[in-house]
Design a protein around this ligand. Structure first.
Ligand code: R5P
Length: 289
């Protein structure tokens, strides 16, 4: 592996323990101002020092993150769809490699939609992105996006993750499911899990714990951190599982204790143990997590 690629990967997956806490704040690229991420800089600022890397688009990076803070960036470079558009799988690469280098990205991220209408386009684009990124020693993280018609089981996720790895992705981000070991075992590159929609904190911590136990190298969690009423205690609790070998009970106790000392966020309405609140699209929302 080229020195640059290895060095960049080491910024995302920490060599000390081979684990990663990535904070996902890229949701606006198709969701717009989703709840608790309406003003990204307010959401991101308090959490920055607790994540190993930050996953976001160049627009939010440039407008909402202090360039003086040395957080490694996983830059989402795909998009072109919206929650009210025709088909979320119709993504293309929207950010050039030059711009990714300009913002000093440690990795590039894009989605593939295995089983989706635009499956072919997104998988070919992944291959092309890896071709280009390898020239500059930049790793690529492939996100296995799940369409509403897909069964979220280990068979599907094994298929999607393996295809991403076969195209050359250096890390794959996917969703936790039963028998997750099968997904991990059949994917030859490190797997991290997304958190998915907001669930109660203890359940989100259990998800992280089970994923790590099954062989995931870490989490790329968004809503289950910043849609909590206590985002900093939540990210610290998640960290304690990923990097600190904490059990679910230990992590949840940590969350509860830290929450008592923290004021709830002022940015928008609480949603601690609630589901994601619908925003105001004019068409029926499509499902994609
Ligand atoms: C989704 O397409 C985005 O890539 C998110 O980064 C991803 O879903 C992880 O965020 P969450 O934990 O909120 O699911």
């Amino acid at each position: 592996m080229d020195w640059g690629l290895k060095n960049r990967l080491a910024k995302i997956i920490k060599p000390a323990d081979g684990k990663a806490v990535m904070l996902a704040v890229d949701h606006g690229y198709f969701l717009g101002p989703t709840e608790r991420l309406e003003v990204p800089k307010n959401t991101i600022r308090p959490l920055l020092k607790y994540c190993d890397s930050l996953m976001l688009t160049r627009g939010i990076l440039r407008t909402s993150v202090d360039a003086n803070f040395p957080v490694p960036v996983v830059l989402r470079v795909s998009g072109g769809t919206s929650i009210i558009g025709e088909d979320l799988s119709n993504e293309q690469i929207t950010t050039s490699i030059k711009d990714a280098i300009r913002v000093n990205a440690s990795a590039l991220a894009m989605s593939i939609f295995v089983g989706g209408k635009y499956e072919h386009q997104t998988i070919v684009n992944l291959g092309k992105l890896v071709n280009e990124a390898e020239e500059y020693g930049i790793p690529v993280l492939a996100v296995t996006a799940v369409g509403k018609d897909m069964v979220r089981d280990s068979r599907y996720f094994s298929l999607a993750c393996r295809i991403a790895a076969e195209q050359g992705a250096h890390i794959v981000k996917t969703y936790y499911c039963e028998n997750f070991e099968e997904v991990v075992n059949s994917c030859p590159v490190p797997i991290i899990i997304a958190g998915g929609k907001k669930i109660p904190e203890r359940d989100a911590l259990t998800l992280a714990y089970n994923a790590i136990k099954a062989g995931a190298v870490g989490v790329d969690m968004g809503r289950n951190i910043w849609q909590s009423d206590y985002p900093v205690p939540m990210i610290k609790a998640v960290r304690s599982i990923v990097h600190g070998h904490a059990t679910v009970d230990q992590a949840y106790d940590m969350f509860k204790n830290l929450s008592k000392e923290s004021p709830p966020p002022k940015t928008s309405k609480p949603s601690a143990s609630s589901k994601q609140k619908p925003s105001k699209p004019t068409k029926k929302r499509k499902k994609k997590e």
